[in-house]
Design a protein. Sequence first.
Length: 102
Amino acid sequence: MATMTRPPLYVRRPFLAGLLRQLPLLAVILTVGVGLLMVTFEHWRKGLVVVGLALVGGALLRLLLPVRRVGFLAVRSRPVDVLLLVGTGLALAIITLAIPGS
């Protein structure tokens, strides 16, 4: 008896497969949005630290996920993407925390 295999998700439902592939980027964008909302409501220090940590989280996702799952977080080569995201995220968080409080 021959078993029928189902075609992959990108063949059966290409729109859904495309959305699922962009979940890591969506998580980073939503977290940055939360940080910017905090900045808007006068919690600028915590908000900018959240934005910095979102970038570091994006770097971890870029480092750990395979290319077929990372979506548009993959812009350049993996080492360059990770280095830029970690560097920018840490710089933002460190500079924000180094500013004296009022």
